[in-house]
Design a protein around this ligand. Structure first.
Ligand SMILES: Cc1cc2nc3c(=O)[nH]c(=O)nc-3n(C[C@H](O)[C@H](O)[C@H](O)COP(=O)(O)O)c2cc1C
Length: 139
């Protein structure tokens, strides 16, 4: 079972998550999508690939009330875990994702693909990009 776990403020990262899930489903793999507030350590343990999504928040940071605690509380479970990261951003250049990728690598996660970032979410364009990413991370 692949798990796609995300946080969203205004819906862009949610749209990314939903389209990534469609791509995964098109490969025939089983996938579950859930918001980080509903995710538990068991979801991480059970995940064949753990796909985490969070937009750029703060000043090029992860969201701090749910996402940072989720990662900190479950850091030990990320070691050796097959993972992929994604998220939406606004005005920056993706620094938050570079830092997140580095953090996951330092926890020993096995990133199966480069992270996917999209600027806000452009309807009619980003669905296909996210769908392709879903296929890529399970391929
Ligand atoms: C409080 C706050 C902080 C933000 N900080 C950044 C930032 O540091 N860099 C950036 O590129 N975008 C930043 N943004 C823009 C969001 O990352 C962008 O709007 C994104 O599409 C939001 O995704 P969401 O709809 O999933 O919440 C910030 C937005 C908010 C509300």
């Amino acid at each position: 079972m692949i798990k796609v776990i995300y946080w969203t403020g205004t819906g862009n990262t949610q749209k990314m998550a939903e389209n990534i899930v469609c791509g995964i489903q098109e490969t025939g793999k089983e996938v579950e999508i859930l918001e980080v507030s509903n995710a538990t350590d068991k979801d991480i343990i059970d995940a064949e690939v753990l796909v985490l999504g969070c937009p750029a928040m703060g000043a090029e940071e992860l969201e701090d009330s749910e996402v940072i605690p989720f990662i900190e509380n479950n850091a030990a479970l990320m070691q050796g875990k097959k993972m992929a990261l994604f998220g939406s951003y606004g005005w920056g250049t993706g620094e938050w994702m570079d830092a997140w990728k580095e953090q996951m690598a330092s926890l020993g996660a096995n990133l199966v693909a480069e992270p996917l970032i999209v600027n806000e979410f452009t309807d009619g364009q980003d669905e296909a990009i996210c769908n392709d990413y879903g296929k890529k991370i399970v391929g």
